[in-house]
Ligand binder design. Structure first.
Ligand code: GAL
Length: 647
């Protein structure tokens, strides 16, 4: 199916008389999808059990009759004020035990049973009314689970839920004491009812306690989403359902939530994320301030393709300055189109822009749209039209997917483990995985991200398992299906499921590589330990005891092994600087039989079906001729924000 373009629209924000003009202009601009409804609960049900359908019926009819396919959002991210009168205890509570009050959005607690039932009720009512409406072509559940830090809540509802969850998991309190190591500091419990939430302890709480609380909290998001999906399915068995996830959110297991959904989508704000969610120095942020990081969006495209089991969208694409980052620059001309292409090249079915018209009121009045508040076109609209024209030039049966040569295993539970016990300031699972991902992209490669329960790696020439804190799902056995190179580390296999150091020591996989990590150290950010022949170890190093059959491929000048190999399995016992990562990835690609190229700053390539798409994130025109042996492109040079295609 050829990719399409969409837009997020809020009919309840505009006079009814404007809807038809808006819809006609959307269609004329090449837009075929429109998402509505996800924050409209107070207009749908202004007081409990009284419904106002006229406006929504009309909006759906007007948009649908204009030829647009509609994504209808369930409005549960914004419970109306009356809901709080019914359930004053439905608010989430922060880590300082303060309620997170009404007056913005996401003011609910995933553990609150009555709110879950209210959510189910509104989903059923919507599905009953619109499930067989021909214009409704997708449902979206809620909006951005975990946005504004809303997965973990320290409410009474969460406490009660956590205690029952623990009782079910361990059955016997002594089993919990044993698993958590509660003999340490006399933390033994006599009863599940004695266990509190792990916030506000004098010093750090037991990491196993935290870890189980994170597991519990993640499971609540899943249960909540499943309840919505089941509610919709009771009245509409066929319209597909998705959720719009976010960038760099690891608080809940997206793979688990994704299991109930037909597709994934995510909300991509490249300039906001560069300022807000990325460890990078000022020079990097300046260089990319109007283009966004060249790898951050790509990483999430790959991640959400995996979460959606192949089907995914960008539900919200940044169109101009946002309102929420520390600084909110305007995109470089051409980037709105380029961001669309990056997503499409990664296999997006739809790229949908947020939002149609800039709102002149309330919290997001400084957030750009495709139209200005006075309804004149904003700069992004021209680029959206250009993207539509680009797509029109491709045949209907254009191939949009191809398995990548490299896979990276990504595991949400590992992110929680790293957060709970980073063992160094700013140490972070996402950052580790992303560094390795970036190193591969700079070598011109396309990458697939895989969940930890992947069973078959035989399509890959290289599989990376960075920082997977504990082994699960028979992954050790399944990695043997990869005939190419496998890279483990750092910290892979360094914890048991209960959050202890494994008995046979990390990486806890003698069946893959005979090696023990005997001790580790974290390093100040200004320390670099040079490798022999270039590059350095930074942040983290592991001291390793290799078995007899293990070879050292890279070592530090002070004589410690860094990269070890046994057969096709490798272990990386350090975090590296850019040069050392490049050396490591090239070495592994050679072993896996993958050809690579050294791309200049800001140039990125992505395999899109049979084509390669080249994108220039830099501020310089890039001469493409030096790469013609790697990929032959349809232009000789690429201007800033330019997009090119292989011949
Ligand atoms: C997203 C959210 C939208 C809007 C947007 C602004 O996180 O889903 O509703 O707030 O950010 O950039």
């Amino acid at each position: 199916m050829k990719p399409e373009i969409g837009v997020c629209y809020y009919p309840e924000h505009w006079p009814e008389a404007q809807w038809a003009t808006d819809a006609a202009l959307m269609v004329a601009s090449g837009i075929s999808w429109v998402r509505i409804g996800e924050f409209a609960w107070s207009r749908i049900e202004p007081t409990p059990d009284t419904f106002n359908w006229a406006w929504l019926d009309k909006a759906i009819a007007v948009l649908g009759q204009a030829g647009l396919k509609i994504v209808l959002g369930t409005p549960t991210a914004t419970p109306p004020r009356w809901m709080l009168k019914k359930y004053p205890d439905m608010l989430a509570v922060d880590a300082n035990d303060q309620p997170r009050k009404f007056g913005s959005r996401r003011h609910y607690d995933f553990s609150h049973q009555a709110y879950r039932e209210e959510s189910v009720r509104i989903c059923e009512i919507l599905a009953k009314r619109y499930g067989d409406n021909p214009h409704i072509a997708f449902w979206q559940t809620d909006n951005e689970y975990s946005c504004h830090d809303t997965t973990l809540s320290y409410s009474a509802a969460a406490l009660a839920g956590f205690r029952s969850w623990l009782a079910e998991r361990y059955e016997d309190i002594d089993a919990l004491n044993q698993a958590w190591g509660n003999i340490f500091w006399s933390m033994d419990y006599a009863d599940f009812a004695d266990i509190e939430l792990p916030n506000l302890t004098v010093t750090e709480a037991n990491p196993s306690h935290w870890h189980d609380f994170r597991r519990y909290s993640s499971a609540q998001v899943q249960v909540y989403n499943t309840a919505q999906v089941n509610a919709i399915r009771r009245y509409d068995a066929s319209t597909p359902i998705l959720h719009n996830y976010m960038g760099r959110i690891t608080d809940f297991d997206h793979f688990a939530v994704g299991q109930d959904l037909d597709a994934a989508s995510w909300d991509s704000y490249p300039l906001g994320f560069l300022e807000d969610r990325l460890e990078a120095d000022a020079e990097w942020k300046q260089a990319f301030m109007r283009q966004g990081d060249p790898d951050f969006q790509a990483f999430h495209h790959d991640l959400y393709r995996a979460v959606g089991r192949g089907r995914w969208w960008v539900m919200e694409q940044q169109p101009g300055p946002v309102n929420w980052a520390p600084y909110n620059p305007a995109p470089l001309k051409g980037m709105v189109r380029l961001w669309g292409w990056e997503a499409i090249a990664h296999g997006a079915e739809v790229v949908s822009y947020f939002r149609w018209r800039q709102a002149p009121f309330a919290q997001e009045q400084m957030h750009a749209g495709l139209l200005r508040p006075d309804s004149e076109p904003a700069p992004a609209l021209t680029e959206v039209k250009q993207l539509a024209a680009d797509l029109a030039a491709f045949p209907e049966d254009t191939k949009t997917h191809q398995t990548a040569p490299v896979a990276i295993v990504f595991d949400y539970e590992s992110a929680w483990t790293w957060d709970t016990q980073p063992q160094g300031k700013h140490f972070d699972y996402f950052a580790l995985v992303f560094e390795q991902y970036r190193a591969l992209r700079k070598l011109g490669l396309s990458i697939d991200i895989c969940p930890p329960d992947t069973e078959d790696f035989s399509a890959y020439q290289l599989v990376l398992v960075p920082g997977l804190m504990h082994w699960k799902h028979e992954l050790k056995a399944h990695l043997k299906t990869c005939a190419g190179a496998v890279l483990l580390g750092t910290r892979t296999g360094s914890k048991s499921a209960d959050f202890s150091i494994p008995q046979q020591m990390p990486p806890d996989c003698p069946e893959l590589i005979e090696l023990k990590v005997t001790h580790v150290e974290s390093l100040r950010p200004d320390v670099a330990i040079p490798l022999e022949n270039g590059g350095s170890v930074c942040h983290w190093r592991e001291y390793m005891e290799p078995g007899a059959g293990v070879k050292t491929l890279l070592a530090t000048e002070d004589g410690e092994p860094v990269l070890l190999q046994q057969g096709n399995v490798h272990y990386l016992g350090a975090q590296l600087d850019e040069t050392a990562y490049r050396r490591t990835m090239k070495l592994l690609c050679e072993q896996g039989g993958i050809s690579t190229v050294d791309l200049p700053k800001g140039l990125r390539l992505r395999q899109w079906g049979d084509k390669v798409v080249a994108m220039n994130y830099s501020l310089d025109t890039i001469d493409l001729r030096p790469f013609k042996d790697f990929v032959e492109l349809d232009v000789a040079e690429l201007p800033p924000a330019g997009v090119a295609f292989s011949l």
